[in-house]
Structure formats: structure tokens, C-alpha cells
Write a protein that binds this ligand. Sequence first.
Ligand code: XMP
Length: 326
Amino acid sequence: TWTTGNVIEEQVAAIREQVGTKRAICGLSGGVDSAVAAALVQKAIGSQLTCVYVDHGLMRKGETEQVEKDFVAATGVQLKVVDAEERFLTALAGVSDPEEKRKIIGREFIRVFEQAQADIVAEGAADGEEVAFLVQGTLYPDVVESGGGTGTANIKSHHNVGGLPEDLEFQLVEPLRQLFKDEVRMVGQELGLPEEIVQRQPFPGPGLGIRIVGDVTRERLDLLREADAIAREELTAAGLDREIWQCPVVLLADVRSVGVQGDGRTYGHPIVLRPVSSEDAMTADWTRMPYEVLAKISTRITNEVPDVNRVVLDVTSKPPGTIEWE
Ligand code: XMP
């Protein structure tokens, strides 16, 4: 019979058998899959695993800390954090085309990750240890779909940690290959991972970089981070996390509108709320969420986030609109 306990036991044995006494590397993205894959491998081989987290500066509020502190506390994993915010912001400076942003973020990510990988291999070699394995959070649906390709993959160049170039130097360890998403969450829970990571809704690899319509700056990211944190807080407080597949919060940095706030006229930016309901992200409908929750989010964002004087709701299905704006 299928139980999370059995899955964990089986995978731990399989990983130990595969890796032996060599070492492994795992990239963490902040998402569920890489976190659960890392936790499983950590349980199997402990200090033979090194995790890498590239902080590209495009994460939502508190997410990097979740990986650095909570994930490490829960698993005892050995983590190497690469602070690459400056590098990403420099590479993105002045770029507003969505595909160009995606390509830049994907390219920089691979470069930074490969450098970290090379450093770990070199450190291992200095200690007389061979780093031979790369852990990936590939799920069963990814296995089935690979080769076929999805509609969305053709529309936008996707970037995620699972999509790193296949590195022939490394053998892959893929402990989630037989699991569906909900099973991965159950395994993660059983392994004692933080709720915020296990129940996290989908979030794109390029992060907030593709939720700013316009070019990406630190100021704009800070502003969007605040607005997004407010929306997430209120959606959670209203108990809508399960009902809503995800709710991108988008800053229209290239748009301004006139408002009246406090003592006078403002000329600020709109924030878009994009709550969607979906089964698999291939199609989606906009979520008919309670007006009171929308009102609360709107009031809070315009009161608490400087330079934002308007909140608008996206009422477009997918198709024709994609879930993300870029
Ligand atoms: P779209 O915008 O194409 O998004 O309707 C479909 C789903 O994919 C997520 N998304 C990404 N996930 N890397 C990812 O890992 C990416 O580059 C990426 N772009 C979009 C999006 O959040 C939605 O869940």
C-alpha cells in the first residue's frame, strides 16, 4: 500500500544505493519540489549533500529567509547561498521586454549556479571526495510530458531550477520521479518541512522580474514585494489559499494615473491582482473572490505602499490571457 512513510523509506534506500560514498549537489529554488527532493536526499546521505540557493533578488518578501533559516533548521542541510542580487539587477537594467528579461534571468542563473557547482566540486576534490551527483525535483508529470512539450513552454521561455542544462559531468538523482504534486507535499510534510514551503503555490522561476511591466529596479521590486505580501497575507487570512491556484500581483511600472491621497493629487502606479483558479495552469479562470477581501487588499495596498494609488482586478481567463503578465 502507498504511504508517505513507505515512499520515504524506499527512496532513502535507493538514494543511498545510488550515491554510495560520493557527494551530491542540489539547487534550491524556494519551491516545493526542490525542497522535498533535497530533504529526502539529506535524510539519505546527510553531509554528503550540499545545497545551493541562488538569491537573484527577485523573490517575494520573506522567501529567501525561509530557505536560509527555516528550511535549514528543519533539515540540517548544508547550504551554500550565493547573493547575486547585484549581478541580476545589473544584467536587467533598462530591459523591459518580457522575453528578454526571461532570457537574461535564465542565463545569469545558469552561470551563477554553474560557478557554485564548480566551487563545490573543487572543494570536494581538495578533500579527496568526488562530487558526482546532481539532485533534481523532477515529478511524474514532468517525466510523462518531457519530449511532448507543453503549450505554455512554447509561448514563454520557462526558467526553473529543474530546467538546468543537463550536465554530463553529473549523474542525476531524481527521488520524486514517481510522485504527483500532492504526494510531494505529503512527503514534505512527513519530513517536517515548514508549512510555507510545503503548501507554497506555484511561483515562476524568474520571480518578480516578470511581474513588473517595465524595467526592473530595486525600488520597484521593493514596492511590489510589499504589495504582494499584503495580498498574500489577506488571502491567507480569508482562507482562500486552497481555492485560489495562485494570485500574481503585478506592478504596472510604465503606467501612471491620477489619484487623490492624503493632502492632494498623486500620480502613481497601478497594482494588478490576478487571482486564478486552475487544475494544471494550462487553462485557468479568474477567481470570483469575495468583494470584502478585494476591498481589504485594495485599501491596504494603497495606504501602505508608496507610489501606488490604484488597485485593479484582472478578469481574464486563460486563454486568452496567460496567468502571468509576462
Ligand atoms: P503562464 O503565464 O504561462 O503560466 O500562464 C503558467 C504557470 O507557469 C508559471 N510560470 C513559470 N514557472 N518558470 C516556472 O517555473 C517560469 O519561467 C514560469 N513562467 C510562468 C506561472 O506562474 C503559472 O503557474
